[in-house]
Write a protein that binds this ligand. Structure first.
Ligand SMILES: Nc1ncnc2c1ncn2[C@@H]1O[C@H](COP(=O)(O)OP(=O)(O)OP(=O)(O)O)[C@@H](O)[C@H]1O
Length: 473
């Protein structure tokens, strides 16, 4: 694997450059006008006493909390407000800003007043422990991308043992169809997304639906971005990385989307190079791995390189100055970089007194291809960005010093990302509005890969007990 410290050299024949539509950075700096939605309590912070209070208040009985009792639902359905369907445009708001009504507001703090907390929690209409979780098979639909540029998937992870111990089988989310999710509060609310990923879906299947089209797109010379969003412990890293290892030359079942993307990418490259030998088709892939913490960029593959600067010029587009890039040819080489970066992220986290989920990580691969046809050399490149976002919780953290600063940076960058995504959806629907790329490092850095012909996938990770993810919808 060769190391390349030069700037991203974007070749003249690149389809993205020819298009010019991808570099639409906006010179105006309009402040954010909406409240971010990331006011999410961490369910793991709720004590058993508090959860018992929920049980008492809601009438929910759980075997794990009350041995020997039969769990049952005690709600009078006549009291529940009729369900409301939310249009597809609303879901984008949950990433950072919203347009719809508030369903329930949680502060994320236990606070001195228990009644305040329990009143809020008691809004949740608890399901009895399920005998089995509904399984909805994900459907692969490559035609989706013919008329969409943004795709949003909700991935529900299984309840963890800790959650089961602390909360029983308390669930506030229930999947009702391939695209509909019900929030079991008062009133019950239904949300529609492009896909709901059941907790029983395998990593492989998720990759086929969400990841594979990103590679195809990138090899066709267009940029792609995939984001994992969600609060700490919701499964972002499991989704993006999972278990990074191989057994008998194959990725293990728990392996996440990123390693699978590269397994597929290199298989396709090999096939295409063989099929188009007469055109002397050759691919090259360059990878980099960075972290954005408090709006400062660190090279995860060269952690002594901190506070790197984002530069922009007409020829080069947007790039990070002095970021190391490695030429990669095999999955093994990519896995090494992923593990190296993950290890450095941990160290950086300790040194900076932050947790990994307090920073965004961006793994980027630039796929370049060259071939000869009609006595001309053709050049094409596509950029694939895989982003593990900072945890979306505790954004109103009222601590002091570093914590407040950290929360405000995360708040701002997730809000900006939400606004950018909403703007892209609006643009796709013919509405033109300001796209605030420059309001955060993350969106500024990724602006060439968002919008235009680029494809964006957002995987919003939730636990079935994390009701407050939907607080701001
Ligand atoms: N779909 C899933 N199936 C099984 N286990 C899962 C799933 N999603 C997450 N987990 C498990 O839940 C735990 C938390 O997941 P993970 O570390 O990915 O969360 P995270 O959102 O990345 O958290 P952080 O923001 O703190 O990094 C891990 O033990 C992971 O293995």
């Amino acid at each position: 694997m060769a190391k390349d410290s030069s700037k991203n050299s974007q070749a003249e024949g690149n389809e993205n450059q020819v298009d010019k539509t991808l570099s639409t950075s906006n010179p105006f700096d309009i402040p954010l006008s909406r409240t971010p939605l990331n006011v999410i309590p961490d369910p793991s912070q709720f004590s058993k006493e508090l959860l018992q209070e929920v049980v008492n208040h809601t009438g929910f009985r759980d075997k794990s909390l009350e041995a020997g009792s039969t769990s049952r639902r005690k709600f009078d359905s006549a009291h529940s407000t009729p369900a409301r369907s939310v249009s597809r445009t609303t879901y984008v708001g949950q990433l950072g800003a919203c347009t719809g009504p508030r369903v329930l507001q949680c502060t994320g703090e236990r606070g001195p007043s228990n009644s305040r907390v329990s009143r809020r929690i008691s809004n949740v209409n608890c399901e009895p422990p399920p005998t089995e979780v509904p399984h909805f098979e994900l459907v692969e639909d490559p035609s989706f991308w013919n008329d969409h540029n943004v795709q949003v998937l909700i991935r529900m992870r299984p309840l963890s043992n800790m959650e089961k111990m602390a909360q029983g089988y308390l669930r506030c989310l229930k999947q009702e169809s391939l695209q509909t999710l019900a929030w079991l509060g008062h009133p019950e609310v239904r949300f529609t997304f492009d896909h709901i990923v059941s907790e029983t879906i395998s990593q492989e299947k998720l990759f086929r639906v969400a990841g594979l089209p990103m590679v195809d797109n990138c090899m066709s010379g267009y940029n792609s971005c995939m984001f994992a969003y969600g609060q700490t412990g919701s499964g972002k890293t499991y989704t993006m990385m999972g278990e990074i290892s191989q057994e008998d030359g194959k990725l293990v079942d728990d392996c996440g989307i990123t390693p699978r993307l590269f397994e597929y990418l290199f298989t396709r490259i090999k096939l295409e190079e063989e099929n188009r030998r007469d055109e002397r088709l050759k691919y090259s892939c360059k990878c980099s791995f960075l972290e954005i913490y408090n709006e400062q960029i660190t090279d995860l593959l060269e952690p002594s390189s901190t506070n790197l600067q984002v530069r922009e010029d007409l020829k080069e587009g947007v790039y990070v100055e002095n970021l190391t890039e490695y030429n990669v040819k095999t999955v093994d080489e990519v896995l090494k970089l992923l593990l190296q970066g993950a290890a450095n992220r941990k160290v950086a986290g300790t040194d900076m007194n932050s947790e990994s989920s307090r920073s965004h990580s961006v793994f980027t691969c630039i796929v370049e291809s060259r071939w000869e046809k009609d006595s001309m050399t053709h050049l094409r490149f596509g950029r694939l960005n895989l982003v593990d976002l900072a945890g979306s919780e505790r954004q109103r953290s009222c601590g002091a010093g570093e914590r407040v600063k950290e929360a405000s940076y995360i708040n701002k960058s997730l809000s900006t990302l939400g606004l950018v995504i909403m703007s892209l959806v609006d643009v796709a629907h013919g509405k033109h509005r300001h796209v605030p790329y420059r309001d955060s490092r993350l969106t500024f850095l990724l602006q060439d890969s968002l919008g235009g012909n680029s494809k964006t996938t957002i995987i919003a990770n939730v636990s079935p007990s994390m009701w407050s993810v939907f607080v701001f919808m």
